[in-house]
Write a new protein. Structure first.
Length: 139
């Protein structure tokens, strides 16, 4: 009898720990710094606020999100990686990864596309940081 009691306690503890992901659903403020080789000066950082869920932990650019779709997302604990495809005037393939730790997020994404002037392949890198603001607004 005593052995079964300990097994139940260990099982419940492992279930509780499995649910304790460092990712928090809710409203996140995400700041993105873009780097593009050959640019004469750095672009200013862009900050957005977005609602992220365990189903979709990938920060997105709200101006282009209608044309972009996450085609592969893997999440384990607070780490997330993804592949994204964007259609439209300038198709883009992107890969990214990030880490959620409590109220903070850090990540990077590499985007590959064709240069609109020359048609040659080009690459842009984004560095992302974020902070959790609280619950998402009700709609």
């Amino acid at each position: 009898m005593r052995t079964h009691g300990w097994k139940i306690v260990l099982l419940l503890a492992s279930v509780a720990l499995a649910d304790r992901s460092p990712f928090k659903e809710g409203k996140w403020q995400i700041t993105v710094q873009m780097e593009m080789p050959g640019m004469p000066m750095a672009m200013p950082p862009m900050t957005t606020t977005q609602c992220l869920t365990k189903k979709d932990m990938v920060p997105r650019d709200p101006q282009h999100s209608k044309d972009c779709q996450v085609v592969d997302m893997k999440a384990s604990g607070g780490k997330v990686s993804w592949k994204m495809r964007c259609t439209g005037r300038r198709p883009v393939e992107a890969t990214g990864e990030g880490t959620y730790e409590g109220d903070t997020f850090h990540g990077q994404m590499t985007m590959r596309m064709s240069d609109p002037r020359s048609g040659r392949p080009m690459e842009m890198k984004q560095t992302m940081s974020g902070r959790w603001l609280g619950a998402c607004d009700s709609k």
